[in-house]
Design a protein around this ligand. Structure first.
Ligand SMILES: NC(=O)c1ccc[n+]([C@@H]2O[C@H](COP(=O)([O-])OP(=O)(O)OC[C@H]3O[C@@H](n4cnc5c(N)ncnc54)[C@H](OP(=O)(O)O)[C@@H]3O)[C@@H](O)[C@H]2O)c1
Length: 281
């Protein structure tokens, strides 16, 4: 069985590849990337690294692939068409199963970003290609990428209210993708979220404790949060997207207590405090 990973050069893909290789052997892994030079080290370790662009998805690159992990692309607004193109190519190539990285509770999610994931889930169903849905919640790392200025100002801002957030580390999500790709069955749908829930006030308390400095969560309206993000230099579309997601989380859009993720990976998910500590180390 040949396992292919599309989007392999991204942050998630780079965590998936070594786990997949450890499980099925480098000779059975194909890494699909826009720029093969980005994964030269994986090629050196025996993985087949092939050029593959979602915008020009070529079925020839998928020849002989039994199971494909389709990691969702990152250009918001283009992804429905890009994913459709990959699904069409996989179908033409006779790929046996696609595992797709969707979003938590995709059919009902109030997060704006969910639309393209819903489109892709519909495209998968229409394609007739057997598939698995990996409905990923937020990565812990989404919250820890820019802690420096927050600690400096003593404030973490957002529009998340007292919403409960069940994020997990990117490595947890990668492990789940490998488990589902190698051991899952067509039709599986996994709602993948962290074991523990935290509010943004609790998140700020963790940051304060670990940094040893006063840090509080400051809640604001979605519009004010978007304006604040634009004020620190984010482009308007990105500020609006982040504010939308934050506000949706105030309504528990990122909450899930099924513990599907920890069951799938056979260990507890990474606590947010551990990811904060790693980011501040
Ligand atoms: N759950 C979450 O919290 C969360 C957060 C952010 C994003 N996401 C979603 O999850 C995906 C994986 O996360 P990540 O952290 O690995 O994101 P990432 O680091 O931005 O990786 C995205 C990957 O998509 C590839 N890609 C984009 N457009 C492509 C195209 N036209 N053809 C081929 N490959 C293309 C990129 O290739 P290059 O290396 O060539 O650029 C990269 O490998 C993201 O793309 C996004 O859809 C989820």
């Amino acid at each position: 069985m040949i396992y292919a990973v599309a989007g392999a050069s991204g942050q998630l893909g780079r965590l998936v590849l070594p786990e997949l290789v450890a499980k099925v052997g480098a000779a059975n892994v194909v890494a699909l990337v826009r720029n093969p030079a980005k994964l030269a080290e994986m090629a050196a370790s025996g993985v087949s690294v092939q050029a593959f662009d979602y915008d020009m998805a070529d079925p020839a690159a998928l020849g002989g692939v039994g199971r494909l992990l389709l990691i969702s692309a990152n250009e918001v607004g283009k992804r429905s068409a890009q994913h459709q193109a990959v699904i069409d190519a996989a179908k033409a190539a006779g790929v046996g199963l696609i595992a797709y990285t969707s979003i938590l509770h995709a059919p009902t999610s109030t997060i704006g970003l969910a639309g393209e994931h819903r489109d892709t889930e519909v495209a998968l169903a229409a394609s007739g290609v057997p598939h698995i849905l990996l409905r990923n919640g937020w990565y812990n790392e989404n919250y820890t990428g820019a802690l420096g200025p927050s600690i400096e100002h003593g404030a973490i801002i957002g529009a998340a209210g007292a919403g409960r957030i069940c994020s997990a580390s990117r490595a947890d999500i990668a492990a789940a993708a490998v488990a589902a790709l190698t051991g899952g069955a067509a039709g599986d749908i996994h709602e993948l979220a962290g074991d523990e829930a935290f509010t943004m006030a609790e998140f700020a308390a963790h940051v304060a404790r670990i940094a040893g400095k006063p840090v509080a969560y400051v809640d604001m309206s979605q519009a004010d949060y978007a304006a604040a993000l634009e004020g620190v230099g984010l482009p308007g579309w990105l500020a609006a997207m982040l504010a939308n997601s934050s506000f949706a989380s105030s309504q528990d859009a990122l909450f899930d207590d099924s513990r599907t993720l920890s069951r799938l990976i056979g260990r507890p998910t990474t606590p947010i405090a551990d990811t904060i500590a790693a980011a501040l180390a």
